[in-house]
Design a protein around this ligand. Structure first.
Ligand code: C5P
Length: 410
């Protein structure tokens, strides 16, 4: 998603503190500028031991600041100016020592000074911790993290895995792509804060024997984009995914399933504790009535085998029929007469909202165009009926959803 200009017009102060993960901050600057942001780098003295200001200047296209005594600013107050210009300050990597400093409000060099002096309303502070796993799990660090979060600081990661010291565990700085995506998410309107959203995505796979099965062309991209957009909008999101090879959107709880029955078994209890259910999964309508324990062999057979099909449960209709159903949003993937079929589905499943799209035109693709249909009206998304990438559509849909939720009787 790097070429989407999602940070166009955003001015990011990127702070580097001492840690080997500084080498990844060079790539992060590239990703942020590629996404349209302007990046002002501030480095601590310890950061300069790992990467030079020359590298960061060349990549950001701006002079790097390293000292509170930097006299380049006419008013000689870089710690004030830099924070006033920022839409967000991201500290990546954030060392254990620097987090301790932030948590206690100390400000003895330019970066911590800038963080303390920043206007908190307009310039959020995000930190990407990077340290050895023992340092990360130390009660002192955990105390500092809790304090920072209580102060409104957004903590990104850390990730888990191999560490430069040779150990393995929690404490790795998130990858540059994940940090860029976290910044993009940070700037999305928080229209679903406090809401719980359950999403199904992808196809289902109905086994015939241990190696064969019935499935469909759904890629899961639309459902994953919806889960991501809902999370970005502030919702608590559970994603129930059929067999797809897509990365889990950051901050989303994911449950993988294979068959329609498994999806049903996971979704039904979950739906009772979510406020919104968005059914984007392309659930198989039928499954083989019985499954062969062994691979059905071709050898020695004169006629092709036949098998009976039996109907799968309709997950969406079952959720809509719960005594206290969540707000249900269905999807209709059609090959023709989109509006007519969508309206029929709305009534058949007894749901308040259905999103129509043309199946063959969307399966596996990054772009789509949606038709929002309720009992009274319908309109396209985007409003001009054009195509848009699935994440942009999902974000528009979350705004639409938030407006509808706000209009529901309490
Ligand atoms: O029933 P049909 O496939 O026409 O409707 C599509 C909508 O119903 C989608 O939202 C899909 O996720 C959902 N669905 C379901 N369980 C099924 C079949 C479809 O939840 N067994």
């Amino acid at each position: 998603m790097s070429d989407r200009n999602e940070l166009q017009g955003r001015h990011i102060v990127l702070g580097l503190t001492g840690g080997i993960a500084c080498y990844k901050s060079a790539e992060l600057v590239r990703l942020l500028t590629k996404a349209g942001a302007t990046v002002q780098v501030i480095m601590t003295e310890a950061a300069e031991a790992f990467i030079t200001p020359v590298t960061m200047q060349a990549l950001s296209g701006r002079l790097v600041y390293t000292s509170q005594w930097d006299a380049r600013a006419a008013n000689n107050m870089p710690h004030i100016n830099l924070g006033r210009e920022a839409d967000a300050i991201l500290i990546a990597p954030a060392s254990a020592d620097f987090l301790a400093k932030l948590a206690t409000g100390r400000a003895d060099e330019l970066l911590s000074l800038t963080c303390l002096a920043r206007p908190r309303e307009s310039a959020a502070l995000l930190v990407a911790p990077a340290m050895n796993r023992e340092m990360w799990s130390h009660p002192a660090t955990q105390r500092n993290i809790a304090t920072l979060q209580a102060d409104g600081t957004v903590v990104l990661g850390p990730g888990c895995g191999d560490q430069a010291c040779g150990e393995t565990g929690d404490g790795r700085m998130l990858e540059p792509e994940a940090l860029r995506d976290a910044l993009v998410a940070h700037f999305q309107p928080k229209v679903l804060t406090g809401r719980t959203v359950l999403v199904t995505a992808g196809p289902t796979f109905e086994p015939i024997d241990p190696v064969r099965g019935i499935t469909n062309h759904s890629s899961g991209k639309m459902g994953f984009a919806i889960a991501r957009a809902a999370q970005e909008a502030g919702a608590d999101v559970t994603l129930v995914a059929g067999p797809v090879h897509l990365p889990t959107p950051a901050g989303v709880r994911r449950i993988d399933v294979m068959t329609a029955q498994q999806m049903y078994d996971v979704v039904l209890p979950a739906a009772a504790v979510h406020e919104v259910f968005i059914a984007t999964a392309a659930v198989a309508d039928w499954r083989p009535a019985s499954q062969s324990d062994q691979k059905i062999k071709k050898e020695g057979k004169k006629v092709a085998p036949t098998f009976e099909l039996t109907e799968n449960p309709d997950i969406l209709a079952a959720v809509a029929a719960l005594p206290r159903p969540p707000y249900c949003v269905g999807f209709a993937a059609e090959s023709e007469h989109l509006l007519m079929h969508a309206q029929a589905k709305l009534q058949r499943k007894r749901i308040p909202l259905i999103i129509g799209n043309l199946g063959p035109a969307t399966f596996g693709r990054d772009d789509n165009s949606l038709l929002v249909v309720d009992a009274q009206s319908h309109h396209p998304l985007p409003a001009d009926g054009s195509q848009a990438d699935k994440l942009s559509l999902a974000r528009l849909l979350m705004q639409e959803l938030a407006d509808r939720l706000a209009r529901l009787p309490a």
